[in-house]
Design a protein around this ligand. Structure first.
Ligand code: AGP
Length: 607
């Protein structure tokens, strides 16, 4: 995700800002920029690529001053270009802003407030800069507050205006911002890592708060414009810990990111009133959507297991025959694809060679081909004729977690969008969407059990083999759980549909071969319990993922992780987190390199 750094004090700002951006490189980015107050004006330099490119450019830009802001951009709206890089200005160059987050209603704001304005970039952020410019009447704080009152979305924002030298205004809603308090100097950043070399005394902005920072004061206002008396905290983290925001590994941070980023996956993409989903990136008319007679999900690894959930969702909601295919298999079969087929290429990186090759095969055969990817401007995003970014933010751990749940959330919205064409009523659609809106809080209930799950992992970490079981929508969850465990702990783990055990795998079971089974209260619960009884009769240790309040689960298992009840179709968004934490803690207890497991790459760009 993007990174923000700001400085106001008596030292040269440029080196502090450039070095601050380097501390944020871990967040992932594709362009960067910096702006400095200088002799009553604001000078700006931007560059595509790494910080080194920006650092080279500023050497000849004569940027001297003690107040400035800087930004690393991870593209969400608009490609990777210098125009799209931050800082952004309005029509005049006397105002600059850097922004993290998503301005959901940027199109409406442009239509309502910006007639006559010349928009130079494709970004939502530039619209916000012009909006602040519209409201600016000599006081930057007031202009920022007025502009933000018109915004729907999320922001971490810093702004400067040439009319008010030695002042930075900062604001936060849904995208973190922290202020470092030095000796007659202040630092502002997306997290503490850029400031730890200068100060460990920090103030975390809370949602809705706006700060006005000058050379000798820092005022923080709440939504009612009341000055807040904020606590200055002393950070004990080192830089590496700061980058993980206090978590021990990126994987754990990203597991805990899920309640936040799943909201980004669905934000602005549905209407409760219509009980419908509206994913504009689908780029298909209703007539074209009615042409679709079959759906194919193409992906690999974790993305394949998301595609499997998509299969269940499309069949149930849209009533469309749906296949989920491993991309590397699809392309060498003779797949039955035609102009009535809709193919989704699902990929976190958007660069997986097998998936790219498979989507090209589908295009060649005339299918509608759409991408569901995380990385903006990636190959799959460019080679498909539309699609949806999952907005999970950079996923730095090799083992995919938050991208999986965001893929699932987007697939469920797509299934609803097609379902509402004929099969799904407004009421059913609204019920599904309301259940989806409850998911972030339900995810948090699972995350709150991390220490309990760690204790369970402690009991089972030394087993050499295990089997994950699930039925229906939880079979893909079992597959994903088995993949997570094997790829970071190196324990041999497989997954089977619950009903398959008796057809062979049960021969493996003994007291040395544990079963991790998802037995939540849904239409297949009783059948799953029977499968577990069969396993128990062979003395296999049993760990259950069960629904809160299910007393029977304790009686038939050795350990239970309780998860909150949700609509069956949405269970993968909750149940998977228990398995992610189980795998994470097992691997840590075994001393494995959780973020960089052996033999694996984050993006498999070779066949
Ligand atoms: C996920 O934990 C794995 N690291 C891997 O299976 C991954 O999901 C797969 O390589 C697909 O990657 P993509 O989503 O970037 O296409």
């Amino acid at each position: 995700m993007c990174g923000i750094v700001g400085y106001i004090g008596k030292k040269e700002a440029l080196p502090i800002l450039i070095n601050g951006l380097r501390r944020l490189e871990y967040r992932g980015y594709d362009s960067a920029g910096v702006a400095i107050f200088q002799n009553g004006k604001i000078k700006k330099t931007k560059a595509v690529g790494k910080i080194d490119s920006l650092s080279e450019k500023v050497k000849t830009a004569d940027m001297v001053g003690t107040v400035g802001i800087a930004h690393t951009r991870w593209a969400t709206h608009g490609g990777v270009t210098e125009d799209n890089a931050h800082p952004h200005s309005g029509c005049q160059d006397d105002l600059v802003i850097c922004h993290n987050g998503i301005i959901e209603n940027y199109r409406e704001l442009k239509e309502k407030f910006l007639s006559g304005h010349t928009i130079k970039s494709q970004t939502d952020t530039e619209i916000l800069a012009h909006l602040i410019e519209v409201f600016y009447e000599g006081d930057l704080l007031t202009a920022v507050r007025k502009a933000l009152s018109e915004v729907r979305g999320t922001y971490g924002l810093v702004a400067m205006h040439a009319g008010e030298p030695n002042k930075i205004v900062a604001a936060r809603l849904g995208s973190p911002l922290v202020i470092g308090v030095g000796e007659n100097e202040y630092y502002i950043a997306s997290d503490t890592s850029p400031m730890l070399a200068h100060t460990k005394n920090v103030v975390f902005l809370d949602d809705g708060e706006v700060a006005e920072i000058t050379l000798d004061s820092m005022k923080i206002f709440n939504v009612d414009h009341k000055i807040m008396d904020k606590h200055v905290e002393k950070i004990e983290w080192n830089e590496a810990q700061a980058q993980k925001q206090g978590f021990d590994h990126f994987m754990l941070k990203e597991i805990f990111d899920q309640p936040t980023v799943v909201k980004d996956a669905i934000r602005g993409r549905f209407s409760l009133e219509d009980g419908a989903a509206h994913l504009g990136g689908l780029n298909m008319t209703d007539e074209q959507m009615h042409q679709v007679k079959r759906v194919v999900m193409l992906s690999c690894g974790t993305a394949y297991y998301a595609g499997l959930v998509g299969k269940y969702a499309f069949e149930r909601l849209a009533g469309l025959p749906t296949e989920a295919d491993v991309a590397s298999e699809f392309r060498y079969r003779d797949p039955i694809i035609d102009e009535h087929t809709l193919v989704f290429a699902i990929s976190q990186s958007g660069e997986t060679a097998d998936t790219i090759a498979a989507l090209r095969e589908a295009k060649r055969k005339g299918a509608f081909v759409r991408g569901i990817v995380n990385v903006v401007g990636s190959s799959i995003a460019r080679e498909t004729d539309g699609g949806t970014y999952i907005h999970a933010g950079p996923e730095l751990a090799v083992a995919s977690t938050k991208a999986y749940t965001n893929m699932v959330a987007v697939l469920i919205l797509y299934a609803l969008q097609f379902g509402r064409l004929n099969r799904v009523s407004v009421a059913t659609g609204e019920r599904l969407l309301r259940a989806l809106l409850e998911i972030p809080e339900k995810m948090k209930l699972v995350l709150a059990q991390s220490e309990k799950i760690k204790a369970i992992a402690q009991k089972y970490k030394d087993y050499k083999d295990c089997i994950f079981l699930g039925r229906g929508i939880n079979y893909p969850v079992a597959l994903e759980g088995a993949l997570k465990l094997k790829e970071i702990s190196y324990i041999h783990s497989e997954a089977y549909p619950g009903g398959e055990m008796k057809h062979g795998p049960i021969a493996l079971l003994s007291e040395n071969f544990p079963i991790i089974a998802i037995a939540t209260k849904n239409q297949l619960y009783e059948k799953m319990i029977s499968n577990i009884q069969e396993a128990k009769a062979r003395k296999a240790p049993i760990i259950l993922i069960a629904t809160e309040g299910d007393a029977q689960a304790k009686e038939i298992s050795d350990d239970v992780i309780y998860v909150p009840q949700t609509m069956e179709l949405l269970e993968p968004l909750v149940n998977t987190l228990a398995l992610q934490l189980f795998s994470y803690h097992t691997a840590v207890l075994l001393g494995k390199d959780v973020d960089r497991p052996r033999n694996l790459a984050k993006s498999v760009t070779v066949e």
